[in-house]
Design a protein around this ligand. Structure first.
Ligand code: SAH
Length: 363
């Protein structure tokens, strides 16, 4: 055997050992993460995905959870360089759903079997604590057996407490990137990694089930940043981790930057599945946007959640975080049918409520 081939094979054995160590110990050191990220190959990715699926199957079988996403406002006071609904984008057509419209989305979702509603939006000053508390209380009253998830950015601990007391149970807030220098490459100086992380610890303390996450392949991201992100996720130990590729939006400062790749996203999904075996891991819309079969491949790499859009169809194209964001124009009911079919094709089953109590807990 010539030396070069021998070295390559030895090396992939090192990677296999690292993956086995990750599965056994559910953690790696920063240096080990960087080695795995930098030297990953098609072969090691395939092995990692195989192990991740074994862990996914062990804890969740072939069941895929659904969460209904309601994008209720695209007004935002922030100016994140990557985001299509940033304040400075004067081309964005702004909209806000009324409480009645939001409740209507919940009703439609409920009929389709959804038992978790995710209210996501820009950081919109119109929605004061008082207005949100009122809205959350109404949803809580009408849907006592559903989870209410918020994804509305950075607020004070007092606000988080007030929403929790009104009936919200879960909160999604991606940390975006752990590293402050990288964070400042993606955000204006008014926003800091430290405050973003403070919010996550506050949310945990209040009692929320939390979700964090990152964009994969965001401009300036290095393998060291990713290693730091993984270590932060391990330390925070959230209930959910949402990751998807960065995709440029034409009206942002990052219009000409490259997208993150599907391969790196799938690699990270598998790595996270091994690091926090029972974490809820969505195959995200962004992953479905960079490849037609992106979400299915996400499931096959270890993801176990899908978040279909329950927003009214006429506002969906306005919540444009990045270019070509997947939106089929399907009514929610149709979209669920499509998803059920595509999941069935790869051997998975969407868990929706069929009225029998056995399934209810799964939503
Ligand atoms: N205002 C809320 C919701 C933000 S939108 C908050 O601050 O949490 C939800 C997520 O979309 C963001 O956390 C970000 O990770 C992702 N996102 C925004 N712009 C994106 C882009 N150009 N490409 C990929 N993902 C993007």
């Amino acid at each position: 055997m010539n030396n070069f081939i021998k070295k390559t094979l030895d090396f992939s054995k090192d990677l296999k050992d690292l993956i086995d160590k990750l599965e056994a110990e559910q953690t790696l050191s920063k240096e080990e993460w960087m080695t795995l990220i930098q030297h990953r190959s098609a072969e090691s990715d395939a092995y990692l995905a195989e192990r991740a699926r074994a862990v996914q199957q062990k804890h969740y079988g072939n069941q895929i959870y659904v969460r209904g996403l309601i994008e209720f406002t695209n007004y935002c006071k922030n100016d994140c360089y990557y985001c299509g609904i940033r304040r400075s984008n004067s081309h964005a057509q702004r909209y806000r759903l009324t409480p009645e419209q939001i409740l209507d989305c919940c009703h439609q979702g409920y009929k389709l079997g959804f038992r978790t509603f995710v209210l996501q939006g820009g950081e919109d000053g119109f929605y004061t604590d008082a207005i949100l508390v009122d809205l959350i209380s109404r949803i809580r009253q009408e849907f006592p057996n559903c989870a209410i998830t918020l994804s509305i950015g950075e607020r004070s601990k007092e606000s988080y407490q007030a929403f929790y007391d009104a009936g919200a149970n879960r909160y999604l807030l991606r940390h975006e990137t752990y590293n402050q220098t990288h964070y400042s490459h993606l955000h204006p100086a008014t926003l800091t990694a430290q405050n973003r992380q403070r919010c996550l610890w506050d949310l945990k303390e209040v009692g929320y089930q939390v979700g964090t996450g990152i964009m994969v392949g965001s401009p300036g991201q290095t393998s060291e940043h990713l290693a730091e992100d993984l270590l932060f996720m391990k330390k925070l130990n959230p209930q959910m981790i949402g990751i998807g590729p960065f995709i440029p939006h034409h009206d942002t400062p990052f219009a000409n930057q490259e997208s993150g790749t599907m391969e790196l996203t799938l690699f990270l999904l598998s790595a996270i599945r091994l690091m926090i075996p029972k974490v809820l891991l969505p195959a995200t819309t962004a992953l479905g946007t960079i490849a037609p079969d992106g979400r299915e491949r996400g499931i096959l790499a270890g993801a176990n959640v899908i978040m279909p859009n329950l927003s009214p169809t006429n506002v969906r194209e306005k919540y444009l975080l990045y270019d070509n964001k997947l939106h089929t124009g399907d009514e929610s009911a149709q979209a669920v049918l499509h998803l059920q079919k595509s999941m069935k094709n790869i051997g998975y089953q969407i868990v929706v409520d069929r009225g029998d109590s056995k399934n209810k807990k799964n939503l």
